[in-house]
Design a protein around this ligand. Sequence first.
Ligand SMILES: NC(=O)c1ccc[n+]([C@@H]2O[C@H](COP(=O)([O-])OP(=O)(O)OC[C@H]3O[C@@H](n4cnc5c(N)ncnc54)[C@H](O)[C@@H]3O)[C@@H](O)[C@H]2O)c1
Ligand SMILES: O=P(O)(O)OC[C@@H](O)[C@@H](O)[C@H](O)[C@H](O)CO
Length: 386
Amino acid sequence: MRNVLIVGAGKLGKGFIGEVFDAAKNWKVSFLDKDPRVIENLKKPEGYKVMCCREDRTDHRVITDYEAFLVDDGYSVADAAIHADVIMMPLYPEDFDDAAPYLGKIFQRRAKENPAQKLDIICNTNKNHLMEHIEEMFYRGMENEETIAWFKDNVALRDSIIRRSTIADTNYSTDIRTSVVASLLIQPPLYNDLSDVEWMELKDNILLLKDLKLYTINSTHATCAYAGYLKGYTTVEDSIADPEISQLFDDVMEESSFGLTHEFPITKEDIFDMCRCLKIQTKDAIYDQLLRVCWDPARKLSRNDRLTGNAMYCYEHGLDPVHIMITMANAFAYDDPRDPVAMDIQKKIKEQGIEKTVSEICSLPIDHHITQCVAENYRKLMANRK
Ligand SMILES: NC(=O)c1ccc[n+]([C@@H]2O[C@H](COP(=O)([O-])OP(=O)(O)OC[C@H]3O[C@@H](n4cnc5c(N)ncnc54)[C@H](O)[C@@H]3O)[C@@H](O)[C@H]2O)c1
Ligand SMILES: O=P(O)(O)OC[C@@H](O)[C@@H](O)[C@H](O)[C@H](O)CO
């Protein structure tokens, strides 16, 4: 048996990563999470359920054979971390600032007790250009140069690209749905062979491909989600069935393709290849929640993320990103009270006005064409919403 430790046992951790390693049979799966509700639920004898929606069939999987650890001061996960062959980290970007130093501390023991076993750490976020920061966060937890030297010689810290949606009502839910249509693309090389784990694929050029994915799959996903929210829909499926939103989706994809093909040495075929999964219909719908896809609009609107980053590539290469800027305005109008970041943006708009808020959240000058157009779109949208 080989050992995988999954750090972050929320929707993706349980519903995608945990499920595929469990299905691979010769892996012992352990989970680590900081939320006591996640661990309490995972420790129940009935385990957790995943509805795996494939193109031709739906598998109803029940996963029971694993260990689950809470992040605690006693480091109860230490043994699992010291003997892991692979550590998967399906976390939000900001969570690495706690999770990596926590593991870094445990690695001080691993470097002494189990130095020869090679380790792969695979990060699972939608944020690009984050790996140097994550590496620094690991070192922050290590108090001596020997552990850092051991880490550099024996650990492959890698990024990945996630191309599937995995849904549940909460991160601690044990009833999860996942769309099984595309592999996890992992930056090579790894020390361990993952070829027995379905949906894991080594892929070169992850840095470029991650921008490509974020600026197509995620920009259109966000487009659909913010427009859908404003029309009162609650799922991606209902939203995309609306002809107006479907047209906006296509228009944003066109603009994204223009920006990417002008910024990078890639072709429309590369984009089509990455986005092939968007065209695959699963036999049963997963009912992807708009709340999850809209979640944290400040990150999604930040300078190098799926909306502003995309709009800037178009702008810099001479195309006015009219439809991406509609989506950006929709994101500023998104005001679901369950989303604290959206609430924070609404407060900023009230206090300092839309232009300053767009400039601040998107890190663009206040007199920039994109700032001005997004603010204008927002004003029109709000006038019609009254
Ligand atoms: N769910 C999806 O469909 C999906 C798809 C693509 C990418 N992603 C990305 O995957 C990551 C996880 O998303 P998710 O939907 O599973 O979120 P989630 O909120 O369901 O799960 C995240 C889990 O991480 C745990 N966590 C946070 N900090 C931790 C720490 N320091 N130590 C241990 N556990 C910690 C949380 O308690 C939570 O249970 C995000 O970066 C997201 O953008 C998700
Ligand atoms: O996870 P986020 O918040 O960055 O983005 C929400 C969704 O767009 C995202 O999770 C997708 O479902 C996923 O990237 C699969 O394409």
